[in-house]
Design a protein around this ligand. Structure first.
Ligand code: BDR
Ligand code: CA
Length: 338
C-alpha cells in the first residue's frame, strides 16, 4: 500500500510530511483510553489490547455517553475480560457532562450499550479511585509530553482534570479524539457529531488547553465502511474476538446504512486505534477548531477553519480521509491475535 501524504500537526502552519514507515515509533505508546462503551468503543478496545507491542494500555477511564456510566464501566471491563487483559485497571469518571443535561445514544447502541452480544457482570471490579484523580495523578507524575490519550467519548473526564490542574497538559504527548464533523454533517443533529454534542463545553476546555490534538471526525469515519467482503474477512478468523466484533457490527451497521444511505457501516472509535498504530493510513491538515456550545441549532458543532480564513492558531490536526481497506486489514490482523 503506498504511503499517503500527510499534513501533521506541528505548531503554527501546515507541515507537509510523508510517513513511509507505517508505524509511529519503536517504543510502545503509553496510552490511557477514555471511553463510553459503546459498540465501536468495544471494538476499539479489543483492537488496542491486541496490539501490546505498539500500545502500552495503562488504564481505561470511563465516562457517561452512549449509555449511563455504570453500563459504560461494565462494558469496558467486559472488553478487558474478552481480551484476557483484566490486569488493566478501569477507573470510572464523570456520570454527567460539565454543563448540559445528559444525552445518551441508546437508539444506536441499545439499552446495554452493546448490541448483538450478551452482557454479564465481569469478575474484575472497578479500580479504586476515580478517572479524574487518576488522570491528574498520572499526568502530573509523567515525564514531559509522554502520555497519549485515546478519547473515544464525550471529553468530560479530561476537561474536569484540566480545570482542576491545568499543568497536567505538560504530561500529555497527544490526545487522539474521535469526534466532530465538518465536511460530513452531523449524526445527532444536522451539524453535530454525538461526542461533541454530548459535552461541547468539555471539548472547548480540551481545545483550548494547548495539548497536541488529533481529531478523527465523521468526515473520515464515514469513509471507512464495512462491506460484505470486510465482514467476511473478520468472520473467517473463526476466533472469539472475530465473532464478537462480527456480531456487534451486524447488529448496528444496518441503522447507519439506512439513515445515511452509505454502502456499509462506520467503526468510528476504532479509527483512533488505527491512527495510533499506523498513521500513514490517514491524511488531514493542521487547523483551528472551535466547538460551539451556544444553545440553538449549532449546539455541539465543530467549526473548522480548513482554508485558514482566520489565520488563527492551529490547535488540532483534522483527519479528513483514510485508507479503508488498510484499516480493515489491520483490524483483522490484530483481532487474529486474541
Ligand atoms: C461516536 O459517538 C458514539 O455513539 C460512538 O461510540 C462514537 O464514539 C460517533 O459519533
Ligand atoms: Ca464512543
Amino acid at each position: 500500500m503506498p504511503a499517503l501524504l500527510q499534513y501533521r500537526a506541528g505548531g503554527r502552519g501546515n507541515v507537509l510530511m510523508s510517513n513511509t514507515t507505517g508505524s509511529q515509533s519503536a517504543q510502545p505508546i503509553d496510552l490511557i483510553i477514555d471511553t463510553d462503551p459503546g459498540a465501536d468503543d468495544v471494538i476499539a478496545l479489543l483492537f488496542a489490547l491486541a496490539s501490546p507491542q505498539e500500545l502500552n494500555v495503562r488504564a481505561l477511564t470511563t465516562v457517561a455517553g452512549n449509555v449511563r456510566l455504570d453500563k459504560t464501566s461494565r462494558n469496558a471491563r467486559l472488553a478487558l475480560e474478552w481480551a484476557g487483559c483484566e490486569h488493566v485497571p478501569v477507573y470510572a469518571g464523570a456520570s454527567k457532562p460539565l454543563v448540559r443535561k445528559p444525552v445518551y445514544a441508546e437508539h444506536v447502541h441499545g439499552e446495554e450499550g452493546l448490541p448483538g452480544v450478551a452482557v454479564h457482570e465481569p469478575k474484575r471490579g472497578l479500580a479504586e479511585g476515580n478517572a479524574i484523580d487518576f488522570l491528574i495523578d498520572t499526568l502530573l507524575a509523567a515525564r514531559p509530553h509522554s502520555m497519549t490519550i485515546a478519547m473515544l467519548g464525550p471529553q468530560t473526564n479530561l476537561a474536569l482534570a484540566l480545570l482542576r490542574e491545568p499543568q497536567i497538559v505538560q504530561g500529555i504527548k497527544q490526545v487522539v479524539v474521535m469526534g466532530g464533523a465538518h465536511f460530513n454533517g452531523g449524526n445527532i443533529s444536522p451539524v453535530a457529531e454525538f461526542n461533541l454534542f454530548a459535552d461541547p463545553h468539555a471539548a472547548e476546555v480540551v481545545l483550548k488547553s494547548g495539548a497536541d490534538l488529533v481529531y478523527l471526525p465523521l468526515d473520515v469515519t464515514h469513509k471507512i465502511l464495512t462491506s460484505e467482503a470486510r465482514l467476511e474477512q473478520i468472520a473467517a478468523l473463526n476466533n472469539k474476538a472475530g465473532k464478537l466484533v462480527g456480531d456487534i457490527l451486524q447488529a448496528c451497521i444496518g441503522g447507519d446504512m439506512a439513515r445515511y444511505g452509505i454502502p456499509g457501516g462506520p467503526v468510528h472509535d476504532a479509527t483512533v486505534i488505527a491512527y495510533l498504530l499506523k498513521p500513514a493510513l490517514f491524511s488531514g491538515r493542521s487547523v483551528n477548531v472551535v466547538a460551539d456550545s451556544r444553545e440553538g441549532p449549532t449546539f455541539g458543532q465543530t467549526i473548522v477553519d480548513w482554508y485558514d480564513s482566520l489565520n488563527a492558531p492551529k490547535n488540532a490536526f483534522w483527519v479528513d480521509s483514510g485508507d479503508a481497506q488498510g484499516f480493515f486489514d489491520l483490524l483483522t490482523e490484530r483481532l487474529a491475535r486474541l
